[in-house]
Design a protein around this ligand. Structure first.
Ligand SMILES: Cc1cc2nc3c(=O)[nH]c(=O)nc-3n(C[C@H](O)[C@H](O)[C@H](O)COP(=O)(O)O)c2cc1C
Length: 207
């Protein structure tokens, strides 16, 4: 079974290296990850006053994330933090209070940069938001992809063979396994709970 994955890229740039990395991850696990790039550049800035009558772009975004089995954040670092466009998308999806579309969705965070620390600051700010959003985030491998440039990709935008592609391949497999483990565990727990409820009902009947 292929899992429906919402990919949220924190860059609007046409030639974004982060979008290319996201596409590579989808390509590597295309058999089991049905990836959808979710548009965030059109989302009006979050304003709590609009919650009663939300803009249609917010509604579309919330529906796309709600339908997903997991979320993959792939983002640059801007000034050692989350790009504003991504933070806005996270805020839009998290509201109205109590109706967050991110709740309980398994997630992974990947940051890529031409710089040497691979967007570490941005990665951990996204991770911090995911803690509050109650998203089980894949812990390992951590993905601070440094020294990523246009040269890391071939003409079709795929990662060239080498250590970066090897790491991204490990990541793609680990993310699939993470989403799979969360969903299988939940299904097993739900089955156990249903079984326990049935047993309790039987015992009540015979009491
Ligand atoms: C406003 C701005 C701030 C940036 N700040 C950082 C930074 O803090 N750390 C870093 O590694 N790169 C930083 N960069 C460089 C980006 O990593 C680089 O432009 C990268 O290609 C952006 O990702 P993208 O190709 O996916 O758009 C910054 C770029 C911009 C435009």
């Amino acid at each position: 079974m292929a899992y429906n994955i919402a990919i949220i890229v924190g860059s609007l740039r046409e030639g974004s290296i982060n979008r290319k990395v996201a596409r590579s991850i989808c390509g590597i696990r295309g058999d089991n990850l049905d990836c959808h790039m979710i548009q965030i550049g059109d989302l009006p800035l979050y304003n709590q006053d609009l919650d009663a009558n939300p803009p249609e772009q917010w509604t579309r975004f919330r529906k796309q994330v709600a339908e997903a089995d997991g979320v993959l954040f792939v983002s640059p670092e801007y000034n050692r933090g989350i790009p504003g466009v991504l933070k806005n998308a996270i805020d839009v999806g998290s509201r109205p209070y109590g109706e967050s579309v991110f709740d309980k969705k398994p997630a992974a965070i990947v940051t890529a940069s031409p710089g040497s620390i691979g967007g570490f600051g941005s990665n951990h700010q996204i991770r911090q938001a995911c803690v509050f959003l109650n998203m089980p985030v894949m812990q390992q491998p951590e993905a601070y992809l440094g020294h990523v440039t246009d040269d890391s990709f071939d003409e079709s935008g795929c990662l060239k063979d080498g250590p970066l592609k090897a790491l991204v391949t490990v990541l793609a497999h680990a993310f699939h396994d993470w989403v799979d483990m969360i969903h299988r565990s939940r299904a097993a727990l739900a089955e156990d709970a249903a079984h326990a409820a049935q047993e309790a009902a039987k015992q009540k009947e015979h009491a």
